[in-house]
Design a protein around this ligand. Structure first.
Ligand SMILES: Cc1ncc(COP(=O)(O)O)c(C=O)c1O
Length: 391
């Protein structure tokens, strides 16, 4: 266990090195978008510079860049490289699961209300296109997924797929993926996870949680370039998934550019088959750096850091009787912290005017500090709120 002040100092040094523009910025909005670390920006720029001399580029400039990215993504979620597809955003991965997983006739798809729409529309599309039965469960009294009810539904044995966010975008509530995954595995249910609000800020382990498909875009907590992301697909189900988007690079024959006109229909090995076509190599060179940075910083330490940043604010709000929306139980806490003063919109505007990066979500002020934030950033929130909130 590292002492909190030593940890904060480590993260300060990391911020100064990798996120110099964040010094003094009070940007508390990683849940919307993260900044690019210096090493990712440099990698994208270097790649583009190299591309100006395309005649000098070689094979090593292409596939190995993607392989490095898949490897880092795999390490971050506890999977293997061949279970990772580099896909541009969360929606792409969730759609892949919705339209590709073999859903037996009569089995339901289970969602919770108040999920971010990226994890809702692909399932509604499945309902429209294939007549699947999608059941949206009401949330609990605090607006979070009703996990106990979900477990009951899974136990009935007719749920084909459960789709849930690892971390809720409004409140930061952390799902108990291990409990859900265990139940799903026991009852032959696929578990699909939207992990964009989790990866980069807390540990995720697809094996321990029996996750079948996990999708995340790279532009929030992972601090990757826009339009990058990755999806994990458990090895055992890759061959059972029917890709709904098929491209030439999905095929084994296309790996040999001398043979592309054979049109030999055979999937390339592993989850790479879901990547479909030409990739933005420069951006994945950047994402590889961002992912490796998160691995080096260690998601468990990042989580401890962002929770420690929130603690003084939670206490300050408590003293003033201001409602905290986020669940305070340790296992349910994440880097997203939402609270609801009497005039939340006014408080959010005042914070914005003072230069604090935050947003209003579902009537609450949402803060999402990350590894580049320091105590002063959150102190600024209290300074501003002092003038505007009255319990
Ligand atoms: C839970 C969740 N899923 C997905 C997204 C974004 O989806 P995509 O990566 O497809 O743009 C967001 C935020 O924008 C989100 O909060």
């Amino acid at each position: 266990m590292i002492a909190p002040h030593a940890q904060a100092a480590d993260f300060r040094a990391l911020r100064d090195r990798e996120f110099p523009s964040m010094v003094g910025a009070a940007y508390l909005n990683a849940a919307s978008m993260g900044p690019l670390p210096e090493r990712a920006r440099a990698a994208v720029e270097a790649y583009n510079r190299r591309r100006s001399a395309i005649h000098t580029m070689r094979g090593a400039d292409f596939e190995p860049v993607l392989a490095r990215c898949r490897r880092a993504g795999a390490r971050l979620v506890g999977g293997d490289e061949d279970e990772i597809a580099l896909l541009p955003n969360t929606s792409f991965g969730i759609s892949l699961a919705a339209l590709g997983l073999p859903l037996e006739p009569g089995r339901r798809v289970l969602l919770s209300d108040r999920e971010f729409p990226a994890n809702v529309y692909p399932w509604l599309a499945l309902e429209r296109l294939r007549g699947a039965r999608v059941q949206v469960l009401p949330t609990d009294a605090r607006g979070n997924p009703d996990e106990a009810r979900m477990l009951e539904e899974i136990a009935r044995g007719d749920v084909g797929i459960v789709a849930i966010s690892a971390v809720q975008f409004t409140s930061g509530w952390v799902a108990d993926l291990e409990a859900l995954g265990r139940a799903c595995r026991q009852h032959g249910t696929f578990l699909v996870v939207d992990a964009i609000q989790a990866l980069g800020q807390l540990p995720v382990d697809v094996r321990a949680s029996h996750v079948d498909v996990l999708a995340a875009g790279g532009h929030k907590w992972l601090c990757g370039p826009f339009g990058t992301g990755f999806t994990y697909v458990r090895r055992e189900i890759i061959d059972r998934m029917e890709p709904h988007l098929v491209g030439w690079t999905s095929m084994r024959a296309s790996a040999d550019l001398e043979r592309v006109l054979d049109y030999e229909f055979g999937w390339i090995e592993g989850a790479r088959r879901f990547e479909v076509a030409t990739q933005p190599w420069q951006d994945y060179a950047g994402l590889a750096e961002s992912l490796e940075l998160m691995l080096e910083a260690d998601p468990a330490r990042i989580r401890a850091h962002v929770l420690a940043l929130q603690d003084p604010l939670a206490a300050w709000l408590g003293e003033r009787g201001i409602e905290v929306v986020s669940d305070g139980r340790p296992e349910r806490r994440s880097g997203i912290f939402a609270f609801c003063p009497a005039d939340a919109a006014g408080a959010s505007r005042a914070l914005g005017r003072a230069g604090v990066g935050c947003v209003l979500r579902e009537g609450a002020v949402r803060l999402s500090p990350h590894l580049y934030n320091q105590a002063q950033d959150v102190e600024k929130v209290m300074d501003v709120l002092d003038g505007v909130v009255h319990g």
